[in-house]
Design a protein around this ligand. Sequence first.
Ligand code: PLP
Length: 405
Amino acid sequence: MKTFEKSAKLNYVCYDIRGPVMDEANKMIDQGIDILKLNIGNPAPFGFRAPEELLRLMNENLCNTEGYSDSKGLLSARKSIVEYCRKKGIHQVTTDDVYTGNGVSELITLSMQGLLNPGDEILVPSPDYPLWTASVTLAGGSAVHYICDEQSEWYPDIQDIKSKITSRTKGIVVINPNNPTGALYPRELLLEITELSRQNGLIIFADEIYDRLVLDEEEHVSIASLAPDLLTITFNGLSKSHLIAGYRCGWMCLCGDKSFAKGYVEGINLLSSMRLCSNVPAQSVISAALDMEEETKQLLVPGGRVYEQREYIYHALNAIPGISVVKPKAAFYMFPKIDTKRFQIEDDERFVLDFLKEKQILLTHGGGFHWETPDHFRVVYLPEINQLKTACEKLSDFLSYYKQK
Ligand code: PLP
């Protein structure tokens, strides 16, 4: 009897944000149990609405976006993306260097598929946004994790990066602002990363999808703007900044010296053509979206929802005995630490599963972000303060008696 297993290339690929714990939550939902989901950075279910103007425009455009576009995307959209790059100090990008995608996700996978052979290494942060590690692995490469240091605002540890570069390292992934930690990297640190990349001939993969979700009036610096000589691929999109994650709208831009990467660019073009094009109605609003004063900005200042929710949960979590958390400066995530000795935790996935079953609240365990020790979890702080309050009270109560062993 023939059996059908998953392909061998998937053996070491995992994406735990939507993994086994979420499966358990879905079973509970099927049984009619109400679950508070603090596991996915999806603004819409928490009452965040896309800018009206954008929805109106997409609706209007539906009747002239039935056809495929160029594989790289509509020229008008790519022109606006080039303009956006310029505003961020990235000057050498042309419309030919821009590729739109069904979300940044598709392009992350594509960028790795086009580059890697068995044995090739990509430096990926730990903790990471796990699609990066999954995409490197799926493409046949090895993700080598460099540490981001909780003691230093979760910044990448430059010495650790240095120690992990080998002759097989092809690139480095820099997620700034960061998911899951909410860190925002300063210019000096980015300059150190560019210097290491220059010395070692690395391509920089800059995931900047949260660049317009910065709190505390801090400035986001695009790493590509600091090193016009280096090949940098910058990823961005409208899922988070314009609260339209469901419409699947992202892009990547190649900039810097491509002369030594002609083959790679050919590979990217081939893969881009093979998927024909990305969602055209979503592409059709990119220009308007990048022109508009983002409505999300008002969410990020005192009195705005995201700002106030961050303030609330930051203090509430730190007040729970055995929990500590670094204040995030961007995005809508935090990555709290849990005192494993106190709660005798050896398995962080089991911890979030036990919490889910007992209190109907869904978190993601730190291991899901390729964090090695079982002492962290990620919280998405998109729900309203009253829901966050309930979540923190339930966590506090749960931890007052929880012992894993
Ligand atoms: N990169 C990071 C750091 C993310 O957090 C996400 C989604 O949560 C993505 C990329 C993918 O976003 P999308 O595919 O919606 O553009």
